[in-house]
Design a protein around this ligand. Structure first.
Ligand SMILES: Nc1ncnc2c1ncn2[C@@H]1O[C@H](COP(=O)(O)OP(=O)(O)OP(=O)(O)O)[C@@H](O)[C@H]1O
Ligand SMILES: O=P(O)(O)O[C@@H]1[C@H](O)[C@H](O)[C@@H](OP(=O)(O)O)[C@H](OP(=O)(O)O)[C@H]1O
Length: 422
């Protein structure tokens, strides 16, 4: 039985003038992504890099793709014993193979099955940051109409290709940008959006940024140690759960009265039938961001809370009560109880977090002291995604990617109080 729905936290993915449809298998915790089969039209499966000396690396069109498409690249990585490949795997989402899926155009398309980085998150904030100044690869159709370019690409070597941010206090979706809207942003709007992603002003903001930086450094380390690949048109995906930063809201969505800048709305996710796996394309959601900020006036239909089975607390505590560890441990459902200040979900002033997400101790439950609680629980995931265009580099470092990566580290490393927008 399959359990496919459109992936409601999809932000990037843009093909042939429209948003591509990434799906989610909630039961298995997978993202199910369509494969562009002939992503690299010049790929030659008989090519052997060990018997080849490149003439030059100055002509982009003479570069050689490693695989025909992303699926082949993931498959190749699974069996490679090359230490560079083995260490690359740790920087990517987990690969779970592929699956044939029939779309509404009655086309059967292979889909990649990847570990969902937002699994278990209630309010996943997502940033898709496309890396590199150059997005070219051999055989790319240069006759394609190029609309507007991303504002920061040339100068900074990265661009924002999709963003989704929840306000931790209200639980409201405050920013949603798809690739088409991202292209409308100017440089300072890009920074402003990324600052919102970092929850500027929130007590956990510094922790969030530091966590991103340390993971970006691991990616940087890999790029500095390898001279085998150039990775083109690839993104870094940053995801964390705003619900773990929550300080004052109830589970019902509260939308702000005041205008929120940089907001677009999108059509929500419908539940798709179980089997056969047939999906309907319905991401019509590519609202272009207007020049001036728009207020968030309509409730976002896609931002449904992912409900875990209800958890019953055996003992209710008033918000000010400190719960003795023994008593908390008696809780047989493996939950963590956080005092009211940090939390907010239920009526008795405590937040209940299922064990999986919690900073659980040895017996599966934990009472977290005020103030530290949420900050320690924020788990930020930073992974490389989108490997459709990996090229052989024949002993040359991937300076195109490295340049953007270092600029990105600079952004996240900046002091919280320092405006990156100027
Ligand atoms: N492993 C994952 N976990 C969670 N979300 C993911 C994962 N992989 C992809 N996504 C979501 O899907 C979106 C599109 O992914 P990706 O960039 O790989 O697609 P694409 O169609 O190849 O993009 P492009 O148009 O840049 O070629 C991401 O922005 C992200 O929101
Ligand atoms: O940068 P954006 O705006 O997200 O644009 C898309 C992105 O660059 C993809 O990598 C590209 O697919 P390829 O990698 O196959 O070139 C796609 O081309 P497409 O529209 O022809 O699929 C673009 O639309």
């Amino acid at each position: 039985m399959s359990d496919l729905t459109p992936c409601e936290h999809q932000v990037g993915g843009w093909h042939n003038g429209t948003q591509s449809l990434v799906l989610k298998d909630k039961k298995e915790g997978l993202v199910v992504k369509p494969v562009k089969l002939h992503a690299n039209p010049t790929h030659d499966p008989t090519f052997d890099p060990s018997h080849y000396t490149p003439h030059t690396h100055t002509n982009e069109q003479e570069l050689i793709p490693v695989c025909r498409n992303e699926l082949e690249f993931y498959e190749f990585l699974q069996t490679s014993t090359d230490p560079q490949d083995v260490s690359l795997k740790a920087l990517l989402p987990l690969y779970h193979g592929s699956r044939l899926i029939t779309t509404d155009e009655a086309k059967v398309t292979p889909h990649l099955l990847l570990g969902d980085l937002a699994r278990g998150m209630k309010k996943p904030c997502v940033a898709d940051i496309k890396m590199g100044r150059s997005f070219t690869y051999p055989g790319k159709d240069f006759t394609k109409k190029i609309n507007k370019k991303y504002a920061t690409r040339d100068e900074l070597g990265y661009c924002l290709s999709g963003l989704r941010v929840f306000d931790p206090d209200t639980g409201a979706l405050v920013v949603e940008l798809r690739p088409d809207a991202c292209k409308q942003l100017d440089r300072s709007q890009v920074f402003h959006s990324l600052e919102m992603f970092c929850q500027r002003g929130h007590p956990a903001s510094r922790h969030l940024r530091d966590s991103v930086v340390s993971q970006l450094r691991q990616i940087h380390q890999w790029f500095m140690s390898q001279k085998k690949y150039w990775v083109r048109c690839s993104s870094i995906l940053v995801i964390y759960d705003a619900a773990t930063l929550t300080t004052t809201h109830t589970d019902s969505q509260v939308l702000p009265d005041t205008p929120v800048p940089l907001t677009t709305r999108h059509i929500g996710s419908e539940v798709l039938p179980d089997a056969p796996v047939t999906v309907t394309t319905q991401h019509s959601d590519s609202k272009v961001l207007p020049d001036t900020p728009v207020p968030l006036t309509t409730k976002h239909s896609a931002s449904k809370v992912i409900t875990d089975p209800p958890v019953t607390l055996p003992t209710q505590h008033s918000s000010s009560e400190v719960i003795p560890e023994k008593e908390a441990c008696a809780d047989s459902v493996g939950v963590k109880v956080i005092p009211e200040k940090e939390a907010c979900f239920d009526s008795v002033g405590v937040k209940v977090i299922p064990e999986k997400e919690a900073c659980a101790d040895s017996v599966g439950v934990k009472v977290i002291p005020e103030k530290d609680a949420c900050i320690d629980c924020v788990s930020v995931k930073v992974k490389m995604i989108d490997f459709a265009h990996v090229l052989y580099s024949f002993g040359h470092r991937d300076d195109n990617y490295i340049f953007g990566l270092e600029k990105l580290v600079e952004f996240f490393n900046a002091p919280d109080s320092e405006s990156n927008s100027e």
